[in-house]
Ligand binder design. Structure first.
Ligand code: EPU
Length: 431
């Protein structure tokens, strides 16, 4: 297994291209189950999670044809009798759950292993099941570790889909996909309105679905009898973009991001501006520059359009060296603080109390060996490593390869001293 080695202290300068969105890619790929015709997806990021989803779809009888550059994939159903997503796959990637709705709607049968908890919290799927049951699916949770479902043609329904921590992103994806082929009208109230859900809805409409209210909390889906093939380019990855913005800002550098949409990052841009980071919007991108000393900030994560939980760790890394004390409240995944102990190993001063983290800004960080616990935690450690004095090693980087395409290459092109090395100290399984 690999580790990332960083010699901190270099200002980032230059241009970085943002890849296609991982979290849009996964449900969009699963939606190809809903039709017998080919679905072509462009601008796919080259990531382990995308490859895992392609493998699951192969297991489910889908043919996968990749372009030479690996960024365009055509999916086509070749065997619709295969309806099982086994534990080995689902345990690699929890987002595998987004095949459940498409399978029930199109193939009337699904066996999907129940995803377990993970480093960022418990991650239940009760809302996915509630929504699909409301559409008429018969679902047994749980038999031999699997969610087992059967369905006749699903029927439209009114569904309130929020839980104690707000709407569910992949739950909305599952129910919206299933409702697209249901008989009659479905209204999803308190739907997730994340850009990735909007992108999925746009793909479904290209396939012949009738979805309105896209980007709002109320989705109206008039079911159709069949969906056809489509050609779809994914939106840019807003979290990858935000991560490079944080990386640029912590080094006091000047970086231009290209192929991104500032409108998907309103909350992140606003919060960074309050920290004295100058962000200039450009056509198809933005420039990030310092605008004085990094100021502390109090903020809470929230569903879109609020501040994304997937940027909490990266902003925390930035706040470790702000002038003053910041308070972060994690409202989407109240236990998502695995990065705190590792940031503290780099010299940060962070204390947590339940879902609140108090970050006392320090003068400087110092390099150390740290362990990545999940995708966004690893990004925060890389960001901190960019300014930590001396040598930082981020171990278990397979987490980062799930969601950041060629991160060390992109940062090296901006002037960071960063490299990937084989880690002889690591002996465990790949994930
Ligand atoms: N929740 C329930 N019941 C459910 C589903 C969710 O109570 O049935 C709770 C969760 O425990 C959490 C909240 O609802 O407290 C929101 O979870 P959500 O279902 O929205 O998360 P998700 O759809 O499983 C996606 C992203 C995550 C991102 C969250 C929140 C993908 C593949 N994953 O997960 O991304 O953190 O939405 O925005 O889209 C990441 O990219 O690093 C990542 C973890």
């Amino acid at each position: 297994m690999d580790k990332i080695v960083i010699e901190g202290g270099r200002r980032l300068n230059g241009v970085v291209e943002v890849s296609g969105s991982k979290n849009a890619a996964l449900p969009v790929m699963a939606a190809a189950i809903l039709t017998d015709e080919p679905v072509t997806i462009r601008r796919l990021p080259d990531l382990t999670d995308v490859r895992t989803m392609a493998n699951i779809l192969n297991d489910l009888g889908m043919e996968t044809t990749w372009s030479d550059d690996g960024h365009t994939l055509t999916l086509r159903t070749t065997n619709d009798a295969l309806c099982t997503a086994p534990y080995e796959r689902v345990s690699e990637m929890r987002a595998s759950i987004c095949v459940l709705g498409p399978l029930l709607a199109k193939r009337h049968k699904a066996t999907v292993a129940l995803p377990g908890g993970c480093k960022i919290g418990e991650r239940p799927v009760d809302l996915h099941l509630l929504g699909l049951r409301a559409l008429g699916a018969n679902i047994i949770d749980i038999l031999h570790g699997n969610i087992e479902g059967t369905a006749d043609r699903l029927k439209g329904a009114e569904i309130f889909l929020a839980g104690p921590n707000g709407p569910t992103v992949l739950g909305t994806a599952n129910v919206m996909c299933a409702a697209a082929l249901a008989e009659g009208r479905t209204i999803i109230k308190e739907a997730a309105c994340e850009p990735e859900i909007q992108d999925l809805a746009l793909l479904l409409n290209k396939m012949g679905a009738k979805i309105t209210g896209i980007g709002t909390k109320q989705l109206i889906i008039d079911g159709v009898e069949r969906l056809h093939g489509a050609d779809h380019e994914l939106i840019p990855d807003r979290i990858e973009a935000g991560t490079y913005m944080a990386a640029a800002a912590i080094t006091g550098g000047s970086v231009e991001l290209r192929n991104m949409r500032c409108s998907d990052l309103d909350a992140v841009i606003d919060h960074m501006q309050r920290m004295n980071i100058r962000i200039t919007k450009l056509p198809g991108g933005c420039r990030v520059e310092p605008d004085g000393e990094l100021a502390p900030l109090n903020f809470a994560t929230a569903p879109y359009p609020g501040f994304p939980t997937d940027m909490q760790a990266q902003l925390m890394a930035l706040l470790t060296v702000a002038r003053g004390t910041s308070i972060i409240t994690e409202k989407v995944y109240p236990k998502r603080f695995m990065h705190v102990a590792e940031l503290n190993r780099l010299g940060a001063k962070i204390h947590t109390q339940g879902s609140i983290a108090i970050v006392e800004g320090v003068e400087s960080l110092s390099g150390a060996k740290v362990i990545a616990s999940d995708l966004r935690a690893s990004a925060s450690l890389v960001i901190a490593g960019l300014i930590a004095k001396g040598h930082t090693e981020v171990k278990e980087v397979h987490h980062i390869d799930r969601g950041y395409e060629r991160i060390e290459e992109k940062l090296r092109a901006l002037g960071a001293r960063i490299r990937r090395e084989h880690d002889p100290e690591e002996t465990g399984p790949a994930r």
